[in-house]
Design a protein around this ligand. Structure first.
Ligand SMILES: [Zn+2]
Length: 81
């Protein structure tokens, strides 16, 4: 499994069209369509993280690190804003 996002990261969320800021999820939505999602949209429309559900990537300098295997407290930190 890749630990880093290779290629160009999405600039905007595929659902709300908001700018991706620091983290995004490449994952399934409740309608079954896959999309690049911001954290808020993933919280609202995503089906979770993991194989077949979605992968979260967090920006760390110039690289995007896969972060969906972080423990839950780290993820909830992202969602509280
Ligand atoms: Zn969004």
């Amino acid at each position: 499994m890749p630990k880093f996002w290779t290629g160009e990261p999405p600039k905007r969320c595929g659902i709300c069209k908001g700018l991706i800021n620091g983290a995004f999820v490449d994952g399934a939505t409740s309608s079954g369509v896959w999309a690049y999602m911001c954290r808020v949209c993933h919280h609202l429309y995503g089906v979770g993280l993991g194989t077949g559900k979605g992968q979260m990537y967090t920006q760390s300098g110039r690289v995007w690190v896969r972060s969906d295997e972080l423990p839950t407290p780290s993820l909830s930190k992202w969602l509280v804003k």
